[in-house]
Design a protein around this ligand. Structure first.
Ligand SMILES: Nc1nc2c(ncn2[C@@H]2O[C@H](COP(=O)(O)OP(=O)(O)O)[C@@H](O)[C@H]2O)c(=O)[nH]1
Ligand SMILES: [Mg+2]
Ligand SMILES: [Zn+2]
Length: 287
């Protein structure tokens, strides 16, 4: 039988085969070979009586995220709230880069839109030019149907800082699910983590989601400066159109990206963020 590991807990692996869950152990060989089995792995099992099984084979992974550790994720739903807490654009950019580098398709979800007026959301339009963006509220319910549609049939992970509403959204779209959610207040400021073990939750419409613990900082991956623009889809469109091959779109003359920024086709703030990251990557390489 084939299935996906949806959680791992004290030496047992819970495998979902599309309709049922099996509690599995690992064939001894895996322990000798030190092959790790993680949530998201596609496995083959030998079924034992009473919805139990033994994992006998792990299929090669398409991707592996490390925070949280989860294999074969196809989509990262990057959740930020428009208010409470205020969005941190630099952190959002780092989440986007981490997703792209890990070959996971980003979907930006701006939550708590009930707390802001429509004309206060310039952040939304800034990212719409380059990414899929949805706006949601668990209070009014806006955007949740669209989100359910975008999750269908895929393995997705919810990522973002603490307190933006990730667990509340999952509870709202999954009847019967009761993830712990945090109250806004003093506790949140201390960086409360209410989500501990990573677990894939099968969706009624097909597909699975994981609720990741929130984090408030994220290292820029160790990228070559010339690869950074690959993480900026709106710049990637101009690849090959600059005068210099290997143009970093910084000081170089006849740069198609800088022309696009001048003409307004590329957002100036996004470009400035790109330059800041470029600087960060270059200065790392000096040591
Ligand atoms: N106003 C408003 N509050 C929300 C919304 N979604 C979640 N919250 C609240 O935000 C707080 C943090 O939510 P939680 O789901 O624990 O955030 P997480 O840390 O990202 O999982 C809770 O008090 C929720 O009730 C929303 O759409 N609008
Ligand atoms: Mg949570
Ligand atoms: Zn250029």
């Amino acid at each position: 039988m084939k299935g996906i590991v949806i959680k791992a807990y004290s030496g047992y692996y819970y495998v979902h085969n599309g309709c049922d869950e099996y509690v599995c152990s690992l064939r001894g060989r895996f322990r000798h070979e030190k092959q790790q089995v993680v949530v998201g792995d596609r496995v083959e099992l030998e079924v034992r009586p009473g919805r139990a099984g033994v994992i006998v084979k792990v299929r090669p992974r398409c991707s592996l995220l490390l925070r949280p550790t989860i294999a074969n994720t196809e989509q990262a739903v990057i959740v930020f709230s428009v208010r409470q807490p205020e969005p941190n654009p630099g952190l959002l950019e780092r989440f986007l880069i981490a997703a792209i580098i890990n070959k996971v398709e980003p979907l930006i979800c701006f939550n708590k839109v009930d707390l802001a007026a429509e004309d206060e959301m310039e952040l939304v339009s800034r990212y719409q030019a380059a990414f899929r963006v949805i706006q949601t509220s668990t209070i009014t319910g806006v955007g949740l149907d669209r989100l359910i549609e975008l999750l269908r049939g895929k393995i997705s992970v919810f990522a973002g800082p603490s307190g933006v509403g990730k667990s509340t959204i999952l509870n709202a779209i999954l009847p019967g699910l009761k993830l712990k959610t945090g109250e806004i207040g003093k506790k949140l400021k201390r960086g409360k983590h209410t989500t501990r073990h990573v677990e894939l939750i099968p969706l009624p419409q097909g597909g699975m989601v994981a609720d990741a613990p929130g984090f408030s900082s994220l290292e820029l991956p160790d990228l070559k400066p010339e690869d950074l623009s690959r993480c900026f889809p709106e710049m990637e469109r101009y690849r090959g159109q600059c005068y210099f091959t290997g143009c970093l779109h910084d000081r170089e003359p006849e740069c198609a990206v800088k022309e696009a920024v001048e003409s307004g086709s590329i957002d100036k703030i996004r470009y400035q963020q790109y330059l800041d990251f470029l600087q960060e990557l270059k200065s790392r390489r000096r040591y």
